[in-house]
Design a protein around this ligand. Sequence first.
Ligand SMILES: *Cc1c(COP(=O)(O)O)cnc(C)c1O
Length: 369
Amino acid sequence: MQPKGTRLEVNLNALEHNYHYLRSKLDHGTKFISVVKANAYGHGIVEVAQKLQDLGTDYFATAYVEEAVELRNNKIVKPILVLHAQQHNLEICIDRCLEPVIYSVEMLDAFTAFAKAKNQQSYPIHIEFNTGLNRIGIDAVDLDKVLDKIKSSPEIKVRGLQSHLAASEDLDEEAFTNKQILLFEKLADRMQDVLGYEILKHESNTSGILNFKSAHFSMVRSGIGLYGFGNDLKFDKHLKPIGTLISNISQIRTIEAGETVSYNRMFVAKDRTTYAVVAIGHGDGINRIYGYGKLKVQVNGHAAPTLGIICMDMLMIDITGIEASVGDEVVIFDPQVHTSRQMAEDAGTISYELLTGIQKRVKRVYLSN
Ligand SMILES: *Cc1c(COP(=O)(O)O)cnc(C)c1O
């Protein structure tokens, strides 16, 4: 049966294509972390992760512990890195076999205490160093302090060393990125020397994979690339956006010059105007920045701009001169004609924000052949 109503169609074959493309950029043996935080960038964490597990991803990463627990509750058995665990739920990491990224000295102490209390030995953790993003991470000056603590804590073992690049998509910042890569290498070498065992090293997101071979190290973390974007049109050509956001028309009306549409009467018709009411709004993740014609959707092959203010459950589009009827499909974004990247950039934001903002109320429908 053909699915109906407002929905995000997710093409699992496109996900497979992107996974293979990204892996093809890596040396044989470099491990691949599939980043599925924020509901797999809006596409549905469980279905996307199950597909990636079937494809052979080495690792998953979520931002929060709760997201990782959802994976564990849904047959995901691969290692899961928790990028942004917090002290109040670190204990759950041990209960559900999750690998926390430890990004401060206090967090290292807290986690070691939990591991000890739960009689762990060599529990795998990842240490995050701040090499220039200045977000979370341990500063290089604290390296020796951290190493002393790790050496005297048999309940934990460093599985990986992580850092995050600040501007991997921006080649104007290449010098800064190279400095980050060098510092990371130095920290990793010293850590391995002192601890005396091999550690996984990971510093690259999608743009790091595509732009900085020297930042691949032993493992990479990719999110947006899996979903079809490479932060540069030259890479987008090789990737396939996996989502298509579709809604439909609830009502059609014609107004005369001088009449207004939507809240606060912000759209005033200059001429006789036919418009359609579409069953999607800011309550679904189409934010108010997409109003006033900033967004053009597709109706029966024609582009139709939004009129006036976007409402919570509806938005209005100008269909003057377009053949359309109640029930007709309205394509908000799709992989070819009007991508989520284009849509986001036209309104001054990025695809990451648009995709992760698609709300629960929008049905996810999975397609594969
Ligand atoms: C979100 C995130 C990623 C994935 O970034 P993409 O640009 O989507 O590939 C990788 N690493 C960390 C630490 C992140 O927070």
